[in-house]
Design a protein around this ligand. Structure first.
Ligand SMILES: [Zn+2]
Length: 366
């Protein structure tokens, strides 16, 4: 039933048609001063769905903070119904220290739903679940890759849940990864308590990247349009594929990499993704993709030891041929095309000089 009574978070009530910035206390400093989450609640005149957008549950993953900032900063969103709840920082402790973790060295994104009498992180998680997430109908949690890696923007969620599937499709990323998430993660536990939630994985930690801002704001807007909370038409990607399997290509020997692919690029089985050269510039080996796939993420650090991850390859439920065809038809100005170029600007990408044959329709299904 749509809510007409004041929408409440903690002791803060927000009536219909009002926007309020509030602080929800989740912990304390050594001095006893409160530590609080900043929350903007935007409520339309008409009751409707409650959508929660969160960022920086890993304190150094601030691309999502930038996305929420952008949603707060620009033109005020003219919601036609419902409530939009924006939380730019969930892990305040990590955010302050440019660190992924909590001060008790726990990963807050493994501590949900938490407990009232548990550890520092567990108590914070408990308050967030009970005072925030349980009041919301849908969730979008914004993440980036871990240190020294970048992710081509993709959404993840438990696609066996119809409402999660709806959000994941509506957001509008090219790649949708079917994954419940680890035990204790915000998305998994929020979905369990009745707030179907997806995550966005996009870009690098410790940065606010312009194209990721564009993906994030467009994605949240697309979801709000899909739920009837904003007017307009959603922007669709060139293609959309579901990913149920992925794998990491790892380095075999220590050396310095020359990359031959960019995030988001389709790769055929056997295609070179990086050349590993010795410190004296001698080619040691060429890493190739073992499968037809799409580069979901990659290291941004070209120095590797044996076994270190180089490229994360998604195996889509669509043929590379149809993906490549859709990408060829997309204009150069499309967000997907610009993302493929921009996310690679701080990575040295060169053509592989060797006897690798360009994929043909006969040998690999392009
Ligand atoms: Zn994260």
């Amino acid at each position: 039933m749509p809510r007409t009574s004041p929408f409440k978070i903690g002791k803060h009530a927000v009536p219909l048609g009002r926007t309020k910035d509030i602080f929800l206390q989740v912990s304390q400093r050594y001095t006893g001063d409160p530590i609080s989450l900043p929350i903007r609640v935007m409520r339309a005149h008409k009751p409707g769905p409650v959508v929660l957008v969160t960022a920086a549950v890993h304190g150094d993953e601030i691309n999502g903070t930038g996305v929420i900032h952008e949603l707060m900063f620009g033109q005020p969103l003219a919601l036609t119904q419902g409530v939009l709840v924006l939380v730019p920082v969930i892990n305040i402790f990590g955010f302050e220290n440019q660190n992924r973790y909590m001060p008790d060295r726990r990963d807050l994104n493994r501590c949900f739903p938490g407990s009232e009498k548990g550890s520092l992180s567990s108590r914070v998680a408990h308050i967030i679940i009970n005072q925030l997430i349980k009041h919301c109908d849908y969730g979008i949690d914004l993440h980036t890759a871990a240190n020294s890696r970048t992710n081509f923007p993709n959404v993840r969620g438990d696609l066996s849940e119809p409402q999660v599937r709806r959000l994941a499709k509506a957001f509008g990323c090219e790649l949708i990864v079917n994954s419940k998430g680890p035990v204790g993660s915000l998305r998994r536990e929020a979905t369990k308590v009745g707030c179907p939630t997806i995550i966005l994985e996009a870009g690098e930690p410790c940065k606010i990247e312009p194209r990721v801002l564009e993906v994030g704001t467009r994605g949240v807007t697309n979801v709000l349009i899909d739920l009837g909370m904003l007017p307009g038409e959603p922007v669709r990607p060139a293609y959309q594929a579901r990913v149920s399997k992925s794998l990491w290509i790892r380095s075999e020997v220590g050396g310095i990499l020359r990359f031959h692919v960019t995030p988001g690029e389709p790769v055929a089985a056997g295609q070179p993704v990086a050349t590993n050269a010795s410190v004296f510039g001698k080619e040691q080996n060429v890493l190739v993709s073992p499968v037809d796939g799409i580069i979901l993420g990659m290291t941004t650090l070209p120095t590797v030891k044996p076994g270190e991850p180089v490229c994360h390859v998604a195996i889509p439920n669509k043929s590379l041929r149809s993906v490549q065809k859709a990408l060829n038809q997309a204009p150069d100005s499309s967000l997907g095309t610009r993302l493929r170029e921009d996310l690679a600007t701080n990575i040295s990408v060169t053509e592989h000089e060797g006897d690798w044959a360009e994929p043909t329709q006969e040998n690999n299904g392009f």
